[in-house]
Design a protein around this ligand. Structure first.
Ligand code: BGC
Length: 443
């Protein structure tokens, strides 16, 4: 397998997110985000860590963009911190926030790296959370204001746009399970935020389309390849179907004009009370591409006493299979299966793998990191992606998660996904073998 097999127009990249790398959480007029607040609460994050400094990308972006350049990665995906631009969520624009992203974009272009902007990667302005955040329908207007501002300020140089990062994760973990910011729980919070995020997903796309002369617009979905734990057990099959509707279908189907998958997920029936006339037309939008973020396969077991779904994910460690620090099974076929499944939807034009990568323990020895597990992981997943591509799947790109070891949300700094190692004491970056492998592959 080599780069050429994927075609000359294939987008190769690396993905990051503002809160996970930037640090400088109060610099130059930035307002607080829900992650600034949540990460300070006791026992929410591994070892009570937070993103106050993270990779110090705010000050070290030049170094990091040069790393991308050195690694010969032609596309860089990063997100905009909403509260850097709008410290209060809406209203007054903070010019210094705009200036920062202008510097990032300009340096990308100077280095011949194409910038890909994710508009929302989970760090909602705290001021908006005080008004209910994603549970408040007004977020459709707040988000529209933010998107409009970003397209107006950056659209002269940026044509690649990603509206939301994994809405299932930020609504599920943030508004249902309470394990991510803002730490809310309960079905009502979840359902309200699902509907409003799904509305914003389409609204964001429409705004970009109306303001930008030649945009390439997408949005991303987490996608787990699911199988029943016991393939002979009908109940495990039913459970898998429900979990699939929740994890893999809940956001893409309304976007594609298919409505919510309520037939397979009756616990969400109450969503209807949040749906206003015309919503189900406004909720769909023709994206240029669908971003899939694929890491693993999950096995699903019927568990009668489990509330809501009567289903559980059987963790990889309990199954004694090869897994990462996240306890995610290493199962390269998942990427092939994800593409094959999503391309069956009629309105999906192009697919980009906007994240794929692995967290393993890295050992720094003689200033080198032989992270062969990560290298194998990437290589094996790419092989499976190529298989799908050769069979005719319309896959247009692949982005590794991530550049530098960073703040991994509730897991803190423990899981390391980077192609580049970070020493948190000194902020020194060291390219890992996987980084060199990616460079050689791209060369
Ligand atoms: C998210 C990233 C995260 C990665 C690994 C994705 O869910 O978009 O922010 O770091 O997976 O957990």
């Amino acid at each position: 397998m080599n780069r050429k097999d994927f075609g000359d127009d294939f987008f190769w990249g690396v993905s990051t997110a503002a809160y996970q790398i930037e640090g400088s959480i109060t610099a130059d007029g930035k307002g607080p985000s829900i992650w600034d607040v949540f990460s300070k609460k006791k026992n929410k994050i591994f070892n009570n860590q937070n993103g106050d400094i993270a990779c110090d990308f705010y000050n070290k972006f030049t170094q990091d963009l040069y790393l991308i350049y050195e690694l010969k990665i032609p596309n860089f995906r990063f997100s905009i911190s909403w509260s850097r631009i709008f410290p209060n969520g809406t209203g007054q624009i903070n010019q210094q926030g705009i200036d920062f992203y202008n510097r990032v974009i300009d340096l990308c272009l100077e280095l011949n790296i194409e910038p890909w902007i994710t508009l929302y990667h989970w760090d909602l302005p705290e001021k908006l959370q005080e008004k209910g955040g994603w549970t408040n329908r007004d977020i459709i207007n707040w988000f529209s204001e933010f998107v409009t501002c970003c397209v107006k300020h950056f659209g002269d140089r940026v044509s690649k746009w990603i509206v939301l990062n994994e809405p299932m994760v930020f609504t599920g973990a943030g508004y249902f399970l309470g394990v991510h910011a803002p730490g809310l729980r309960g079905l009502n919070n979840f359902i309200a935020s699902v509907h409003h995020a799904a509305m914003c997903q389409a609204a964001g796309g429409r705004i970009i389309r109306s303001l930008h002369p030649n945009p390439y617009i997408g949005t991303t979905f987490s996608h787990s390849y699911l199988e029943p734990y016991n393939t002979d057990n009908v109940k495990d099959h039913h459970a898998t179907k429900k979990v699939d509707a929740l994890l893999n279908r809940l956001f893409i189907e309304p976007l594609l004009g298919l409505g919510y998958p309520l037939a397979d997920l009756s616990i969400l029936n109450r969503i209807e009370k949040f749906i206003k006339p015309n919503d189900m037309e406004l909720i769909s939008f023709k994206m240029d591409f669908i971003g899939l973020q694929v890491y693993t396969r999950e096995l699903i077991k019927y568990v009668p006493f489990q509330p809501f779904l009567q289903a559980n994910i059987v963790k990889a460690s309990q199954r004694f299979v090869h897994h990462t620090i996240m306890d995610w099974e290493v199962h390269p076929d998942c990427i092939y299966k994800a593409v094959k499944k999503i391309e069956q939807y009629e309105n999906v034009k192009e697919i980009i793998i906007t994240e794929n990568g692995a967290a393993f323990d890295d050992d720094l020895k003689d200033k080198r990191i032989f992270d062969l597990l990560r290298k194998d992981y990437l290589q094996n997943h790419l092989n499976k992606l190529l298989k799908a591509k050769k069979e005719g799947s319309n896959i247009k790109g692949y982005f590794v998660w991530t550049l530098v070891d960073n703040f991994e949300w509730a897991e803190g700094y423990k899981p390391k996904f980077g192609l580049v190692h970070l020493d948190h004491q000194t902020q020194k970056r060291t390219i890992k073998e996987s980084g060199f492998w990616y460079r050689d592959f791209l060369s």
